[in-house]
Design a binder for this molecule. Structure first.
Ligand code: ACM
Ligand code: ZN
Length: 557
């Protein structure tokens, strides 16, 4: 009996190490359906193979990703064995796995919805693990699920037990976005690739790339080389939240078109579309610095060195302004294949337009009158949006604008991105416009993630955007929108603004694990969501962050 405590200890160790060697399919975001039998397992061992169709470049790439992810998490080396019917892991293109929903209006009746294209099934049996989907993107999502199911605390190449299971999965929303502001601070393409990898890990599929701001122009325009060369550099940067103290250090950086193409390709390989944003006609002071004749006053305009909204905006009364926008957006569309182009539209003060003879002449020419709802100047902004929309439509693109584009009356087919809460999105959906929900209070992750964080690290305002706050967001706003209006909500987005985020380590700390919480808003149906359950699943995802070598916030509230 005196060895009894030792026996207990030994059993505990065996049990603990046993648990550590098991896959767990309850990952983040939670799959739609997991049926597992924990009494039977398939054991994945070092040296086993992954089979796939080697004539498919796409499958070859996905098999390579899967092998690399398994190695990263566990240390197990899997071999790529294209035609081995007995391989432990198999990628299979097959029938759609979930029941067909009615196809969207305007698409052929037999086509898959965007969500069905991403659907997949994973089956774990005595024969091994089969990943099946109708499209490559589904195989990619299935591979990420398998990756996140792995225990990732030690890369010691020990075998991993996979309980027999059938996992069926498909995202709730077609649009699952993440914004990064690369204009207030510039991040290298290497950092962007890490950011995209993390988006893909969380099942996100739209990268909203905020490229231009008062504080810096970051996109190379070949017809206007001085725009990026000079417009990307500010002479110094205010310390903190407009304290009046400046660092005295010139700051700059921009992306060449080659950089952008490289990022587009990298993202596409991870099934992420890049939506570039040229914010217009406000947030343009860096462009005005280079092209002062495009402003109402003629300048001079320094590239702005502090935060907030600038009164200095483009002058729509000047025909050269529209020519400038066509040049910039034309080159943007050469580089970015995205169907959606973001034209900003937020925070454009009308102060200069009200006293600018050219703007007032344009208002008279267009016959814009205060109609009780929209001022002539707000309607002038709608006219700008409409011009840009028509130009981009000619290139086969649709525009997205921040919710201020409602203020002068929505033009054409514009998609509204609701950021000042959900009000703008609700109004736009009621008008039959497509909407992306990125409400600041639920999704602006430049804000603190827990109560006293703002005392410790630089953040935006003092309202808290915690994991639980994000998690509680319901993008369809059922209390406000009828089902036929809800269909216009494409999906939710989280946005990382970078006035106060200058370094990559800080960037990832702000992103994680809040992206995990947002990923369940984007991927999961309301009846699946449970914050306490999310918290229980989070440690395994955090192990993976650790293995990837990314620092994140450990305080989850
Ligand atoms: C915004 O946050 N100004 C879109
Ligand atoms: Zn003007």
């Amino acid at each position: 009996m005196k060895h009894f405590p030792l026996l207990i200890l030994a059993l505990a160790v065996v049990t603990a190490s046993h648990a550590a060697r098991r896959a767990d399919y309850r990952i983040i975001p939670l799959p739609k359906s997991v049926q597992a039998d924990s009494t039977r397992v398939f054991t994945l061992q070092d040296g086993m193979g992954i089979a796939y169709d080697s004539t498919s470049e796409e499958q070859t790439r996905i098999a390579g990703f899967l092998a690399a992810w398994v190695k990263q998490a566990t240390g197990l080396s899997l071999s790529l064995t294209p035609s081995d019917g007995k391989a432990a892991l198999r990628l299979v293109i097959g029938e759609p796995v979930t029941k067909k929903k009615k196809a969207r209006k305007g698409s052929p009746a037999d086509s898959l919805t965007a969500q069905q294209q991403e659907a997949y099934t994973i089956r774990v049996t005595a024969q091994g693990i089969a990943l099946q989907a109708s499209r490559g993107v589904g195989l990619f999502r299935a591979s990420q699920t398998l990756r996140k199911a792995l225990p990732a605390q030690a890369a010691d190449a020990q075998p991993i037990e996979f309980p027999y299971a059938t996992i069926q999965d498909e995202p709730r929303f077609a649009y699952r976005g993440v914004l990064l502001d690369c204009a207030r601070h510039f991040f290298s393409t290497d950092v962007l690739k890490q950011y995209l990898d993390l988006m893909a890990l969380h099942g996100c599929n739209q990268f909203h790339w905020h490229l231009t701001e008062d504080q810096g122009w970051r996109f190379e325009v070949k017809a206007l080389p001085q725009l990026a060369r000079e417009g990307s550099i500010r002479q110094e940067t205010v310390v903190g939240r407009n304290t009046g103290v400046y660092d005295g250090l010139p700051y700059g950086g921009y992306y060449t078109q080659q950089d952008c193409r490289d990022i587009v390709r990298y993202a596409a390989e991870r099934y992420i579309n890049i939506i570039p944003e040229i914010d217009l006609p406000g947030h343009m002071q860096s462009a005005l610095h280079v092209l002062p004749h495009l402003g109402c006053t003629g300048g001079p305009y320094p590239v702005r060195t502090y935060w907030g909204v600038s009164d200095e905006v483009l002058c729509p009364g000047n025909p050269q302004t529209m020519e400038f926008l066509r040049t910039v957006l034309g080159e943007l569309c050469d580089v970015f294949p995205s169907k959606y182009i973001h034209i900003g539209g937020d925070e454009c003060p009308k102060k200069r337009w009200q006293s600018c003879p050219k703007c007032q002449a344009k208002i008279r020419e267009l016959g814009l009158k205060d109609d009780g709802k929209h001022s002539p100047e707000n309607q002038l902004q709608t006219w700008v949006n409409h011009q840009v929309e028509q130009f981009l439509a000619g290139l086969g693109r649709d525009i997205i604008g921040w919710d201020e584009i409602l203020e002068g009356g929505l033009s054409g087919q514009s998609i509204v991105m609701s950021w000042r809460g959900t009000k703008g999105g609700i109004e736009a959906a009621r008008q039959g416009h497509r909407v992306i929900m990125s409400p600041n209070v639920f999704g602006y992750i430049d804000h603190p993630q827990y109560k006293d964080e703002a005392d410790k690290i630089p953040t935006a305002g003092r309202y808290i955007v915690s994991c639980s706050k994000i998690y509680s967001f319901e993008p369809l706003i059922p209390e406000e929108l009828r089902p036929e209006e809800q269909q216009y909500i494409l999906g939710p987005q989280t946005s990382l603004w970078t006035e106060h985020v200058a370094f990559p380590q800080h960037l990832f700390y702000m992103l994680l694990p809040r992206l995990g919480a947002m990923s369940e808003v984007q991927w999961c149906h309301p009846e699946q969501k449970d914050f306490e359950d999310f918290r229980l699943r989070l440690p395994r995802l955090m192990q993976l962050y650790d293995r990837i070598g990314i620092k994140y916030c450990r305080q989850v509230e």
